[in-house]
Design a binder for this molecule. Structure first.
Ligand code: FAD
Length: 407
């Protein structure tokens, strides 16, 4: 069977939903194919304010607002008795000052429902298995849950397949991440001991090892441990339940709250999660979200990059379909790399400990904090912020000065 569309979007995660809505709103015939049936479990529960711009522009915000997800107005980092809290209302860059923390199964399902309600053709349990390009036009072979094959002819393909990494695999675009190998184990817990006004927190167990606690409005919390793959494997090689239990007991801050509670599902291990690609686009296609690059969960940048790239790829595809010439290298790849590189520095400097030196230094410097807060909110394209523009050196240099002062 053959089907003809303008744009085929692979994957109905945040990236694919934002892309498909933008194109549909602009009169493009778009089809989304999604391998699984929603709701499906996926990691990536703490959002950052920049995503709200994308949900608003895609026309998804109202539907998400009705879900009453837990509001996130900042984040707290804990190191022993030291605490550093960021408040997004204190951002240097003007923009959204809050977002949500969400069980992704519910969040992604709400988005997908809205995509369908808008009249977009979204086929669940439909997996891309092959693709052939003829210039910019492509024929994608998909297989449904009954094993039936279909060929989808498209003028443009947006690959938002996340860790499925459909086009990176089929077109040999995968590339090793330059980041040190890190892994994570997480689950959800019925948070019966949650104190009032508790906020999302990251508890540093060792410089390279941290525990996340993300509260949901349904009364559950997500708890996860992140560290070098060597450390995560040292917790237990046979049982993720045993490994996560051990990790929780290492946290002086959280061991009493979560130490004896049941896990709502067998903890999931995500090993060596960082990913990258040789290139983010080609003739007739663009890669978005986790299908391109995933750095690290520490600053919750994953979904924001997924929606930023999903929105931008959709805008550029629309231009191209309207007959305009698009400079994908400059307008897509370079633009995205600017944001990714900024966050990459923050991730690297987190694990060297330099960023932690800045976070926990007393007395706090409110001007520095505001600017770092903007980066953590996802405003990583604002070059008037020195913590964006000079990201490569500013953290390292400031940490060095603070450490010298201590001596
Ligand atoms: P996804 O949300 O993964 O969606 C891709 C979709 O494509 C899936 O539904 C999949 O079923 C579908 N698909 C796959 N293969 C095929 C195929 N062959 N055919 C059709 N469909 C297909 N990000 C944050 O923002 N905040 C966090 O707190 C956070 N924590 C994280 C913690 C860990 C340990 C890790 C590893 C990541 C974390 N992330 C976080 C990153 C986040 O999970 C991703 O960046 C985000 O989900 C990417 O969205 P996406 O739309 O690109 O992909």
């Amino acid at each position: 069977m053959n089907e003809f569309v303008d744009v085929l979007v692979i994957g109905a995660g945040p990236s694919g939903c934002v892309s498909s809505c933008y194109l549909h709103n602009n009169g493009i015939k778009v089809k989304v194919v999604e391998k699984t049936k929603f709701p499906r479990l996926v990691v990536g529960e703490s959002l950052i304010p920049r995503v709200m711009d994308h949900f608003e522009e895609a026309g998804l915000l109202d539907a998400l607002q009705q879900m009453n997800f837990e509001k996130k107005s900042g984040a707290r980092f804990i190191r022993g008795k030291e605490v550093c809290t960021f408040d997004f209302s204190q951002n240097y860059t003007k923009g959204w000052t809050w977002t949500w923390q969400v069980p992704r199964a519910d969040f992604d399902q709400a988005m997908a429902k809205e995509v369908v309600r808008k009249g977009i053709d979204l086929a669940f349990e439909t997996e891309v298995i092959a693709i052939e390009f003829n210039g910019k036009n492509s024929i994608t072979t998909v297989k449904d849950k009954n094993g039936n094959l279909k060929k989808i002819h498209a003028k443009f393909v947006i690959d938002s397949s996340g860790y499925g990494r459909v086009l990176p695999r089929l077109l040999n675009l995968d590339s090793p991440s330059g980041l040190a190998p890190h892994s994570a184990i997480f689950t959800h817990i019925k948070d019966v001991n949650r104190p009032k006004n508790d906020i999302i927190s990251f508890d540093i167990i060792q410089t390279e090892v941290w525990l996340w606690v993300i509260q949901f409005s349904n009364g559950n919390s997500s708890v996860g441990i992140v560290g070098s793959t060597e450390f995560i494997n040292s917790l237990s090689t046979t049982s993720t339940t045993e490994a996560l239990r051990k990790a929780i007991l290492m946290s002086n801050h959280y061991k009493d709250r979560f130490g004896t509670l049941d896990f709502l599902f067998k903890p999931i291990k995500l090993e060596n999660y960082s990913r990258t690609v040789k290139k983010m686009y080609g003739d007739g296609f663009a890669l978005t979200g986790n299908s391109t690059e995933f750095l690290d969960p520490v600053f919750s940048s994953g979904v924001a990059f997924a929606t930023e790239s999903g929105m931008l790829a959709a805008k550029l595809a629309l231009k191209e379909l309207s007959g305009e010439t698009v400079d994908w290298e400059n307008d897509y790849s370079h633009y995205m790399q600017q944001g990714i590189e900024t966050f990459r520095t923050y991730v690297e400097e987190w694990y060297t400990g330099n960023l932690q030196t800045l976070f926990f230094h007393q007395p706090e410097n409110p001007e520095v904090k505001k600017k770092i807060c903007s980066v953590l909110a996802g405003y990583v394209w604002d070059k008037s912020n020195p913590f964006v523009k000079k990201h490569k050196n500013i953290i390292k240099n400031m940490a060095h000065m603070l450490n010298m002062d201590k001596k």
